[in-house]
Ligand binder design. Structure first.
Ligand code: 4AD
Ligand code: MG
Length: 454
């Protein structure tokens, strides 16, 4: 029977006859036998295989260069060597696919920049294998979290005609010939201009106003030209939306969610986690425990500005009430002032999108961002404006096409309810969970300005 290497390494007993497959990490030849280390990505560990000269297939061993795919069958015995409990004594080996000698992942350890250039091969390294297994488990933890709380997963569209964040940083979807000087949305595929979604929120709201508690989890796209370690042009976002919910309930859910995901990583397989906490970020475990166990701080935007003004720090961007908080400000708040995740709420109306609920002070909206150490903003959300007249007036003021958003206004016409939601950037959560510093290293194929491979 063929087993994953994970199953083989976790075996509770010696086994007479085991078959495993994988890619060769290293080979060492001695007199009369060879050692192979093979890895199949099912776990961090590799299987050590001992091949005596003369076993069937051993004539192919010289061609089993690093990167080659092989199948081995044999006896699982306790390993005398340090570092592994078991090793496989081959009774038969087979070369499945030879790797040519220019395979780029030879013994030496490569930096993430080099590995980004060979994104098609980097999952074969220890670090990236661990990152992408963690990514998969974290995605399952997202679904478990919402499933346990009665949320319905809604698949909001990827191609949309609406601009949720109102920032105009959207990728246009068109079948019209580019360069032909033709840009007639009415004659385009959908009969109007359409884009890749920047957020599933607006469509999500329509489902929350029917199914009460929903969430989306899918790819989102932003054409913002920001070349930072925390922005990607294509990223995944999780967006819960709750009817009969206010900003307080929204902040509570966001905090509970970040904590639950953090716990799931701490409780996950220790081999992958150990790689992150030993080799990527020594402070990782302590930080994650803190996030999982301690309540987040909460400060209003107005208080946050006062804290920043009193900090005595010279920031690159000036601090003033009414201005956006920049990443340096967010990181000061969470890393230096609060030394804890912090939820900032009630932002100035002028810097936030049209859909956020107006507060009674006439200046702020019921918005909130969760900021975490090492990253800054990880969650952005708000209570939504559920009052028809107020929403319509803001849309008109912001120059939105009120006719085109008739469906969105309808929610406020037919049984409107207070509702709220947020978006959590999945890659930013993964950066938090692994200690990896660059968003390009937690997404299989990063898309950033000037980069789209393959
Ligand atoms: O704060 P944002 O823009 O909020 C929204 O899109 C709302 N519609 C969400 C909602 O209320 N349903 O984005 C939410 C989160 C950010 O906090 C950040 O974690 C992540 O999405 N994010 C990005 N992640 C990677 N690359 C980018 N370019 C990102 N832009 C936002
Ligand atoms: Mg935001």
């Amino acid at each position: 029977m063929c087993r994953t290497i994970k199953a083989v390494l976790e075996s509770s007993e010696a086994l007479e006859d085991v078959k495993a497959r994988g890619w060769v990490r290293t080979r060492r030849d001695a007199k009369g036998f060879s050692f192979l280390e093979i890895n199949d990505g099912s776990c961090l560990g590799s299987l050590q295989v001992v091949i005596d000269a003369g076993v069937p297939g051993s004539d192919e061993v010289p061609m089993m260069l690093t990167g080659s795919s092989v199948e081995v069958r044999g006896k699982l015995v306790e390993s005398p060597g340090a570092g592994q409990a078991w090793e496989l004594h081959a009774a038969e080996v087979r070369l499945i696919g030879k790797a040519s000698g220019d395979y780029p992942l030879q013994k030496k350890r490569h930096g993430p920049e080099f590995l980004r250039e060979i994104a098609h091969l980097r999952p074969r390294t220890n670090l990236f294998g661990a990152i992408f297994r963690t990514r998969s488990r974290l995605a399952h933890a997202v679904h478990r979290f919402f499933e346990e709380r009665g949320f319905v997963w809604v698949h909001t569209p990827i191609v949309t005609a609406s601009d949720c964040e109102g920032a105009g940083e959207m990728f246009r979807v068109t079948t019209q010939k580019v360069g032909g000087g033709k840009d007639v949305p009415e004659e385009d595929f959908f009969g109007k201009a359409s884009y890749l979604t920047v957020s599933g929120q607006l469509e999500g709201e329509t489902f929350a106003c029917a199914l009460s508690k929903i969430y989306t989890f899918g790819p989102t796209f932003r054409a913002e030209n920001s070349n930072t370690t925390r922005h990607a042009a294509e990223f995944w976002m999780i967006e819960p939306e709750m009817a009969f919910c206010d900003l307080k309930g929204d902040m509570d859910l966001a905090e509970e969610f970040v904590k639950a995901l953090t716990r799931s990583v701490l409780e996950g397989p220790q081999d992958d986690f150990g790689l992150f906490s030993n080799f990527v970020d020594k402070g990782l475990e302590e930080r994650l425990r803190f996030i999982a166990e301690r309540p987040f701080e909460r400060v209003s935007y107005t208080e946050a500005v006062a804290i920043l003004e009193k900090s005595g720090k010279s920031f690159e961007y000036p601090v003033a009430w009414g201005e956006n908080l920049q990443s340096e400000h967010e990181r000061y708040l969470t890393e230096e002032h609060c030394k804890s995740p912090v939820t900032v709420y009630d932002y100035p109306e002028a810097i936030k999108p049209f859909y956020m609920r107006r507060n009674d002070d006439g200046k702020t909206v019921a918005a909130m961002d969760v900021l975490v150490p090492g990253i800054g903003e990880i969650v952005g959300g708000s209570q939504r404006e559920e009052r028809y007249d107020l929403l319509r007036a803001t849309m008109e003021k912001d120059g939105l096409d009120v006719e085109a958003y008739g469906w969105y206004l309808d929610l406020r016409k037919y049984g409107s309810v207070p509702h709220a939601g947020f978006g959590l950037g999945f890659e930013r959560m993964l950066m938090l969970a692994t200690g990896v510093q660059n968003i390009r290293d937690v997404i299989p194929y990063p898309r950033t300005p000037g980069h789209c491979l393959p």
